[in-house]
Design a protein around this ligand. Sequence first.
Ligand code: ATP
Ligand code: MG
Ligand code: MG
Ligand code: MG
Length: 561
Amino acid sequence: MKTSKYFMPTLREVSSDAETISHQLMLRAGLIRKQAAGIYTYLPLGFKVLKKIENIVREEMERSGAVEILASALQNAELWQESHRWYEYGAEMFRLQDRHGRDFCLGPTHEEIFTDLIRNNISSYRQLPLNLFQIQTKYRDEKRPRFGVIRSREFIMKDAYSFDVDEEGLNKSYEEMYKAYRRIFDRCNLKYQVVEADTGNIGGSSSHEFMVISEVGEDSLIFCDSCGYSANVEKAQAVDREFESQTIKKKEKVHTPNIKTIDDLAQFLSIESSKILKAVFYTDEKSRTFMCLLPGDREVNEIKLKKLLGIKEINLASEEEIYRVTKCKPGFSGPIGIDKEVFIVADNEVKTMTNFVVGANEEDYHIINVNLNEFNVNIYGDIKNAEEGDSCIKCGNKLSSSKGIEVGHIFKLGTKYSKLLKATYLDKNGKEQPMVMGCYGIGITRTLAAIIEQNNDEDGICWPKHLAPFEVAVIPVNIKDEEQADLAQKIYEDLKNNNIDVLLDDRDERVGVKFKDIDLIGIPLKIVVGKKISEGQVELKFRIGKETKLVNIEDIIEEVK
Ligand code: ATP
Ligand code: MG
Ligand code: MG
Ligand code: MG
């Protein structure tokens, strides 16, 4: 490409509403132009880099086994009504009507569309699992579009949706996406952190965000350098030390009583032995295992307990199991056996928990209706929203915080959409089952801005070679000098013939102006064709590190490759 024929309008100044470096540089370097608030046109340089990011994403999605499709941005309201999100999504959704008065929206996301596609075309377990993705334009009427394409109202997203026969399948699909996302953001040269996230209005049970570390990020992250725990602050939790110390102070003198028979227990609890439905609990002399029932959602309790105790695996019993063992009414989320202490987690409200089952981690080793105040428990500490300096729930060390730009987000949806939209398959036994889904998003345009946010200096953008809009710029110092102009043209042709993406700056401008523009745009290497050509040499100037060196003209291709 030659600059004389290209369209790369650069700017010296930008308006003051461009608050972030990436927004300023994308305007100044001629990557984007604003059309209206949160709506942008991608100019050739911006569009070229966008395609490179898209290709990285596409390659890694395909490597993971996902299959690309393209759905429409315009979506029928009926599908959104089926999932109830038509009523829940709120003002961020661009809604419109066709000439017949039928409702539509410009898709902010595509769960409904993909679920509809699959329910109409997949019917057997033999056709699953399946992971479909697209790279497509999304619309969200953001309350506060800002930072250029970081928070825009029209943006390009890669969104993928996985369909599995069961939870185990979903876990595998999710894991594949997690790994693919790591490969993608590594290839984008980003410094990022993966954090546990809230599932928001998408729904589902488990979710991770990929956060580019940046001062201008709108999300706050909490993380622990020693154990690797990290979470979005909306979700981050820490041990509430204040609570712990109070409780422990109150209870510190109490020791576990030596209860070996039902009568011991009855006496201890001040109840009649006959009221103890299932008792006997001691498994061995050294370790006593208690169990407790935790009100609330079983999966949430599992996650919280794992964090609180810093252990990898906890198997909470199912409601049926609890009933079988304890004859205790279902409705609780399950017992957990922990040596010596009972750990309690219940949305910051320990006092409301009175009905406990205690006993050993074995069938028939349980008692019910244990009163916490009577029974000997150490409350380890409650869980609260984490702040910098709090103790990490996993390892107890101090938490740090930083700001992050959310570039990717993966969710385990479970059966939320497949149940609402009746996306079912027939299992091995011919029984109808809801598909188990996951969804996975990457903001392609936001990623572009995030890369610039992390790769710039006082002169402009510093693209890594594989993302740069051009790998090399050939710059004749004086275009009116025929010898320089001819040689620059020849080098340009040679590079092109060697499949190197090169820009020839053939403008009739002062060389200083050209350098400034090429540096602003961020081209990694300049080949300067000047007076040295009389000695058979040109100068190479590297954008990053500002290194320069003279090379012989015949060695250029070798040097550049
Ligand atoms: P945010 O928290 O920044 O509003 P989100 O959580 O609403 O983002 P998701 O629904 O998780 O976004 O969408 C998947 C990805 O799409 C995000 O991780 C982000 O990279 C991108 N994205 C979301 N909203 C925008 C936007 N307004 N402009 C550009 N990219 C966006
Ligand atoms: Mg949002
Ligand atoms: Mg978010
Ligand atoms: Mg998100």
